[in-house]
Design a protein around this ligand. Structure first.
Ligand code: SF4
Length: 202
């Protein structure tokens, strides 16, 4: 293990025991994040959903499958070569029956994001892609929604940030046939261009 992998492992061990916010009382698993510790690109979503909570892995439900297709087919990069995390590590739901997910509350984001900040510091990606409003608002410290923020470069901790739509938003708006796909593809092309990576397929 490299020093970077050791640091990530230590942080993950700490997160797995975390009781800093109310989400610790309802989670099945802490979803720390996964991917290459040497990743050029870090994707940041809002929080784990049902499948993620059950498996302990980020973006493995339907939205995760779509994100994986964007990464592997659209960008031409194996998923394991990027790093994927969320702003909160435990699943936020609307009620104790776990019927529906919800965006994390401000106090949950405040309690959890020290983990994310450390992940960014350790992995030190060349580009961050924020997925959806909550992660974009936190990373770029803005109150502007994703529709206006997407496709415009920002910067966080000295790292270029590209906001785009969350895959679950695409799924709710037509899925594979969503008209928003072309917006996401435009955003992704900007990322590939910045990293001087070849643009493979749509
Ligand atoms: S969401 Fe974050 S701060 Fe809250 S209990 Fe889980 S790991 Fe801790």
């Amino acid at each position: 293990m490299t020093n970077i992998e050791d640091s990530l492992k230590e942080l993950e061990d700490e997160a797995r025991k975390c009781l800093r916010c109310r989400l610790s009382t309802t989670r099945t698993t802490v979803v720390f994040g996964e991917g290459s510790s040497a990743a050029d690109i870090m994707f940041i979503g809002e929080g784990p959903g049902k499948q993620e909570d059950l498996t302990g892995r980020p973006f493995v439900g339907r939205a995760g499958e779509l994100l994986t297709r964007i990464i592997e087919k659209g960008m031409g990069i194996p998923r394991e070569d990027v790093y994927i995390a969320n702003i909160v590590k435990c699943r936020p739901t609307v009620d104790l029956k776990f019927t529906r997910d919800r965006p994390p509350e401000a106090d949950e984001v405040k309690a959890c994001t020290p983990f994310l900040l450390r992940q960014i510091e350790i992995v030190c990606p060349r580009v961050i892609v924020t997925l959806g409003s909550p992660s974009t608002k936190f990373i770029l410290q803005t109150s502007t929604g994703i529709t206006r923020m997407r496709g415009r470069w920002g910067r966080f901790m000295g790292i270029p940030v590209m906001p785009t739509y969350h895959p679950s938003y695409l799924l709710r708006n037509g899925g594979e046939k969503s008209p928003l796909r072309k917006d996401v593809w435009e955003d992704i092309k900007k990322v590939l261009d910045r990293l001087e990576m070849p643009i493979s397929a749509k």
